[in-house]
Design a protein around this ligand. Structure first.
Ligand code: GBH
Length: 461
């Protein structure tokens, strides 16, 4: 490798360094204090849905070990911690409200406060109460009302202590992956229900932003989208068009209504041919969905590379594998896509503050002599921080970065077989072992920056 200029990439003063988690993935305590079942309890207990039949019953037992976990966070030096609220702790069954369902979060907030770690709270990270799924889940418009009740209860109980609220985590996953592809709970393969679910998730987002303002709360509220830039495998027009369709499916179906108040019009005919009329979109809905927010959260993992594939399906795209390295999830490592994405958001959608609310990598970590050497994860985070920094340096409004994840946890359909943590969790003993990446990130935070590294160390093999 020829000489690459070594330089230091320093982040702006006040840049937010954080880590992220989600309730069902770490809390465990599935029956504690009257919690009811969520769709993930049901799904994980349905044979064949989650690898090895793993469930979130115990997970990382964070519900009982949160004090130790917050101590680790403070050792790490983060200034913000992103976590989500478990709806079934508060509304465990139809018609039942448990005010004490927020007590765990009050204890957690108190602990975070001790160490001066700012909470960033996701209202919904996929653990829908099962009783709501029994009534149609997100494909039923009534769920919007119930979500609002939950959000209102959360704002009342915790609102003044939380400066940053995220209405939804990745509505694409909560709709398309859950009701269309069927890989996530409730595991349905019905595209009409998937698009209905997407619409209702977005509607509940907009309604919640309005509610937050009406209640006079003064923090920031926004939404987190998982954005997966779509690249065309070739310059052929049909492939370029396929990439545009993939982009609508993964990204624009959520970005456009929020920032432009409309679904991508060029996709509507095709969609209606497949799923029937979009009569679930009522007058005024798009105005609600586009209710102004304070920031956009971005979860970034990878991109897709596609070509045209005429098979009569809704999207008619085929996915192409590149030569680049992949993580333990099989997702391509391609940091330039993060830079491209941030630039595009800024030029086509918004000048609002952006946060990377998740970014990270799975690797098959093992403990050797009490240590976990996870260089691949370090390389991954390092390369993505460089891409993020490049954006900031060019004037981009990126305010913070949260590593997914603080610790290994229940990786949805993969159970405990995939490890995303910068802290290793021994699921037999619940011991926590900070990985090399933990110590590396600790230094990034103290230095408020990273040393420039050759891009291709992380992005190619
Ligand atoms: C997030 O979702 C979740 O918020 C979090 O709970 C989860 O544990 C974490 O990521 C890790 O999975 O086309 O190569 O990008 C991840 C959303 C959507 C990211 C689908 C990967 C497809 C692979 N994922 N996407 S790729």
């Amino acid at each position: 490798m020829s000489a690459i200029e070594q330089r230091y990439r320093e982040f702006p003063n006040g840049f937010i360094w954080g880590t992220a988690t989600a309730s069902y993935q770490i809390e465990g305590a599935a029956k504690a204090e009257g919690r009811g079942p969520s769709i993930w309890d049901t799904f994980s207990k349905t044979p064949g849905k989650v690898l090895f039949g793993h469930t979130g019953d115990v997970a990382c037992d964070h519900f009982h070990r949160y004090q130790d976990d917050v101590r680790l966070m403070s050792e790490l030096g983060i200034n913000s911690y992103r976590f989500s609220l478990a709806w079934p702790r508060v509304f465990p069954e139809k018609g039942k409200f448990l005010e004490h369902g927020f007590d765990f979060y009050k204890r957690l907030l108190e602990e975070l406060h001790k160490y001066n770690i700012q909470p960033a709270t996701t209202i919904y990270h996929w653990d829908l109460p099962q009783w709501l799924e029994d009534e149609g889940g997100w494909s039923n418009r009534e769920t919007v009302k119930h979500y609002l009740e939950f959000a209102e209860a959360a704002f009342k109980a915790l609102g003044d202590q939380i400066p940053l609220w995220i209405t939804h985590n990745e509505p694409w996953c909560a709709s398309m992956l859950s009701y269309g592809i069927g890989e996530h709970a409730p595991g349905l393969k019905d595209w009409r229900r998937a698009y209905r679910a997407a619409h209702h998730l977005m509607l509940s987002h907009g309604e919640t932003v309005k509610l937050y303002r009406q209640m006079g709360l003064t923090g920031d509220i926004g939404i987190t989208l998982n954005l997966t830039p779509a690249y065309s495998a070739t310059d052929n027009l049909s492939d370029v068009e396929a990439a545009a369709r993939q982009d609508i499916f993964s990204n624009r179906w959520f970005l456009d209504p929020i920032f432009k108040g409309a679904y991508p019009s060029e996709f509507i005919d095709r969609l209606e041919k497949h799923i029937g009329p979009l009569d679930f979109v009522h007058e005024g809905d798009l105005k609600t969905i586009s209710e102004p927010i304070d920031f956009l959260g971005i979860n970034f993992y990878s991109r897709s590379v596609v070509k045209n594939h005429s098979d009569g399906s809704l999207l008619e795209v085929g996915h192409v594998k590149t030569e680049n390295k992949v993580t333990d999830m099989g997702w391509e490592v391609y940091p330039p896509a993060l830079y491209d994405l941030l630039k595009r958001l800024q030029s086509e959608y918004t000048s609002l503050p952006l946060y990377i609310t998740e970014n990270g990598a799975a690797s098959p970590d093992v403990v050797r002599e009490g240590q976990v050497h996870d260089d691949d994860r370090i390389d991954y985070v390092h390369a993505h921080l460089q891409a993020a920094h490049q954006f900031i340096e060019e004037g981009g409004n990126l305010k913070g970065y949260y590593v997914w994840s603080l610790m290994d946890n229940f990786e949805w359909a993969f159970g405990y077989t995939k490890r995303f943590g910068i802290v290793y969790v021994d699921y037999d003993t619940q011991a926590r072992i900070p990985k090399d990446s933990f110590h590396w990130y600790q230094k990034v935070i103290t230095d408020n920056g990273v040393q420039e590294q050759a891009q291709n160390r992380a992005s190619t093999k």
